[in-house]
Design a protein around this ligand. Sequence first.
Ligand SMILES: [Zn+2]
Length: 334
Amino acid sequence: MLGTVRVARGLTQHDLAQETKISQGLLSKAESGVIALDEERLAVLAEALGAPQDLISMPVSEVGSSPYVFHRKRSTLPVSKVNQLRAELDLTHVQVAGILGRWAPQLRLERIPLPEDGFDSPEDIARQVRSALGVPEAPVMHLARALEEAGVVVVTRPLGSTRIDAIVSWPTGRSPLVLLGDHAPADRQRFSLAHELAHAVMHQVPTEEQESEADRFASEFLMPAAAIRPQLEGLTIPKLAKLKATWGVSMAALLRRGRDLGLVNDAQYRQLNVELSRAGYRTNEPVEVPRENPALLPRVIQERLGSGETIADIARSARMTEGEFIELYAGGTA
Ligand SMILES: [Zn+2]
């Protein structure tokens, strides 16, 4: 995992070689598993990377990292940042597996690939997943909790850029894991979470239409047509604001939903968008939606502390230094 940790820390091989006085050639061979480093060099690297030795010397094959990672991002996000976040996601899989241990929830989510014959649409699959998760056809109040109950792990943290909202992977034999950025307003976070759930369920390998398919799934998941249709008739700006508070999705998403369900015609859609712009709501919408609070990891950490383990014990099982563990997972408990 040496290379993964290095990339997650935002360092190039050159940076790390300079800092540790270990040659770049040696680092490169060690990262690709061609040679094993001696204890002394491992200790120097562990120190420089702020990671325990047992993490950097862990074989990637033990992690079961997924070749396919999906993210909700803007196209201007640099590739180096994408690679860094992918590495961070792989590390988070290791951390989460270590923290949860025998407390890991049972996975109740199935992969439902979109059939190529178009027989099932993203909306059909969203309805199947809602019913599998026991979510009624009504506003989903605690989306993160509903996902956690199905065995999906959600971790909220700064992603280091406001140009990416979330990233997900579902390696074989593990739980799907979503890293959710903490910068966006809650309505956008919720849409991102549903969008990433869509990727995890429908897209085992990348497809051409995956982004619009994930958005269609997310729209049906958060705003089921059957329940929301009557509420989207005669839309006005004040009505959109009221619906936002009820459904926990942005006014812009509600308006698009109205158009997609044929309740708002093109002229009305344009007119309402002009009104949203004029009010400044395109960049800053009114009505605050309650934030999603993933509870699985904090609960397990509390349970382990309650049964006599220390922060150091849990950090060790997560293959993290105590400082990093406290920063990322135990801010409020240590
Ligand atoms: Zn996506």
